[in-house]
Unconditional design. Structure first.
Length: 146
């Protein structure tokens, strides 16, 4: 495993949710997912009722997570791109996810688990201190330093 992959996995363990992206009916989409890292693979927990797992299964997906709204001094974003498959998690993996949401869009949560085999991993670090703290409108700008 490369140093970038090790760093990305370490960062991913700091947050619980991210976004999975793929194509559904010839259109790109992004959906929220909960994740854990197990043996260098990203395991996702999604709501079966939305059907997004069907578009992901057997295809290439990108899974990204970040700490952009954390208020941390250094901000980061990671992305894992690879093939996804529906899996049945072990009891230990289920426990690592913690409690699932009760409802999604007014429906009872129905879990589906997916494993992403990363082929490409990227880490981007944003340092907000390299730019002026705000523009006249109060917006912050971030500079990519990775």
């Amino acid at each position: 495993m490369s140093t970038e992959e090790i760093r990305a996995i370490e960062l991913l363990t700091r947050v619980s949710y991210g976004r999975v992206a793929t194509i559904m009916r010839a259109m790109p989409f992004v959906a929220p997912a909960r994740h854990i890292v197990d043996d260098g693979r990203v395991l996702l927990l999604m709501h079966r009722g939305l059907g997004y797992h069907r578009a992901c299964a057997g295809g290439v997906v990108a899974y990204g997570a970040d700490n952009l709204n954390s208020g941390a001094a250094t901000l980061w974003s990671v992305q894992f791109t690879g093939t996804a498959e529906v899996v049945e998690p072990t009891e230990a993996q289920r426990a690592a996810f913690g409690p699932a949401p009760e409802m999604v869009d007014g429906e009872p949560f129905d879990p589906v688990y997916m494993r992403v085999e990363p082929q490409f991993v990227t880490v981007h670090t944003l340092d907000p201190t390299t730019e002026p703290p705000s523009t006249p409108s109060g917006e912050r700008h971030f500079h990519h330093v990775a």
